[in-house]
Structure formats: structure tokens, C-alpha cells
Design a protein around this ligand. Sequence first.
Ligand code: DCP
Ligand code: MG
Ligand code: MN
Length: 339
Amino acid sequence: DKYMFTKEQPNLNEHITSVLEILMENYFLLRDRGRGFAYRSAIIVLKSHPEKIICGDQVGNLQKVGKKIKKKIQEILETGTLKRVKAMDEQSRLKAIKEFSKIWGVGSATADKLFTLGYRTLDDLRKNIPQFLNDNQRICLELFDEIKERIPREEVKEISDQVVEYAKLLLPNKDIEANTCGSYRRGKETCGDIDILLTFDDVLENKLFLRELVDYLIEKKVVTHVLILSENCKKHESFTFEGIAKKPDGLHRRLDIKIYPRKYYAWALMHFTGSANFNRSIRLFAKNKGLKLTDEGLFPAIRSHGETICGGNLVECYTEEDIFRLFDMPYKPPEQRDL
Ligand code: DCP
Ligand code: MG
Ligand code: MN
């Protein structure tokens, strides 16, 4: 296959993709989705290209790499960087939007609005908090300096262990299975947040469990703030908490807890382990086979009104190994899923 999923292959074109990724991120921040997606597709192709590109001719007829992107690659090969990226860095608008988008809950549209209102730095915001920021955005602005710090792996484990311990106390008769996912599961020494995934029997018959768990964690002073607490809806049979946790002597930390029924657990585990880039590539791989991969399974993809929806029945998989086997790929342990 074009996307080389079956090969254990490092990115041979880091010298090019690292620069294009900056450009792509800038376009998304500037809400130029067209260019953003064009660069994203080209980057995926370049990352899995089996040879190191050292001269423009090699780009020849690579899928997804159009004329303009080819010119950019030529420039990177000649100068190691892009004039466009440098020019963008000088732009105060992009600078400010980049800064504001780092606040949890502030997207590029809100960031853009803030710039238009004259705000340029986080300090500007702190000095004169705009009326239209909601409670969550205010909390995350206030705690910004703590939340932005990476969390040592040991602390991720301590907080996870506490969450799981309290979950088990609340449901002593259920066989709760838990995994700390995200960068922690991929073996990173420090993590941006704490991602906990839980399952047990009859998740859908215990719809109030996550709420009870969160209340308990607040009472025990593990959780300090709730940002999102979503009950499941018909379409998604899962439960999500996003909030903030803190050890008595520690900094405020971002905590995510998700609960899925057992039949989705392996799919959710794979999704929540990431990396985000790994998920993107494997989803594209599935898409090219007419399938749609989500956190709830793999489905035949059906096009409806220009949108891909899931159809048919869930393919049942109960381990990640099963999922890789289904894709006919050698198993990749989480440590190897940083693309
Ligand atoms: N995820 C995804 N696409 C996104 C965001 C997340 O597929 N746009 C999946 C893959 C991530 C996982 O969810 O690994 C957890 O999301 P995080 O944002 O917590 O990312 P990580 O845990 O990988 O990194 P960090 O250390 O920054 O938290
Ligand atoms: Mg994480
Ligand atoms: Mn997370």
C-alpha cells in the first residue's frame, strides 16, 4: 500500500516535514483549512516515502503533493527553511492567535476575536478579562502557567492510581479495567495531561457512574475543576470527563477520564493511546480500504451527502493485537506509535 503501514519505517524526510508542519499549523491557526488539509495530506505521504528526498526531482509525482507544495519542498532543500514561515512569524496577528489558542477551550475563532479587540498577550487578557470568555476559559487562563507544565510520569501514575482506586471503591462488585493512555502509555517521561480509560460490565446500565466518580474525586480533593462532563448520547455510547486534578503539594494538572462499554474498549484504547498522527495515518489507511475507523470500531464507510458515515456492523475486537491483525499489520507496541 502507498501508506507503508506494514513497514517498520522511520520518517526519512524529517528535514522537510518538520518545516511543512509549522506551515500547516499556521494555516490551521489562521483558519485557512484548505491549505491546512492540503499540507496535512502531503506530510503524511512524505513521512511514509521510502527514500530520503535530497533533490526536488525526487518529488516527481508523489500522491497528494501538488505543484505549490513541490516548490516549497525545493525551497526547504535549498535553504533549510521557508521565507513564508519567517514572514508569518513576524506577523503579530498569528503570534497572538498562537498564544491565545494554547488556552484550553480557546479555539482559533475566539483567539482571532481577541486579537481584533486589541489583545496581544496573555498578560493583556489577565489585566482586563474579556466579558465573553466563559467560565472554563477563565479557569484555564487563570491556571495557564501550571497547566502548561509537563507532568512527570510518576505523578501521572500517582493521580491515575488514585482515580482508579476510587472508581473501584464506588463499584466494588464490577471488574473495572483501567488504562492510562495518551503519551503516558506511549512511554513518555513527561506528559501534557493525564488520560484515563475505564471499562466494566454493564457500562450503559450505570449511566450516572462517571458523575458519581467525579463527585467523589472532588470530595477527596483529587479533582479541583470540572470543564466537561458528558453523558452519553444515542450516537456515542461512551462517557467523557475533562477537568483539572491536583495533588496536595502539586500543580494543577489536566485530567481526562473516558468510559466505554467493553465491546468498544480495544478500539477506544487504540484511539486514546494515539499518537494523534498515528491515528490520522491509520484512519487514512482504513479509509482507502472503504472503511471508517473510530474510537468505537471499524465500520464499512458509507458516503452520504458528501460525508462519510459508519454503516453496517461493528467488527468485534477485544484486544489491540486483534485490531492490528485485522489490518494485516504487524503489532506495534504503544512506544512505536509516535509518528
Ligand atoms: N487524539 C486524536 N486526535 C486529536 C487529539 C487526540 O486522535 N486531535 C487521541 C490521540 C492522543 C489521545 O487522543 O494520543 C490523547 O490526546 P492528548 O491530547 O492527551 O495527547 P497525548 O496524550 O498523546 O499527548 P500529551 O502528552 O500532550 O497529552
Ligand atoms: Mg495526553
Ligand atoms: Mn488528553
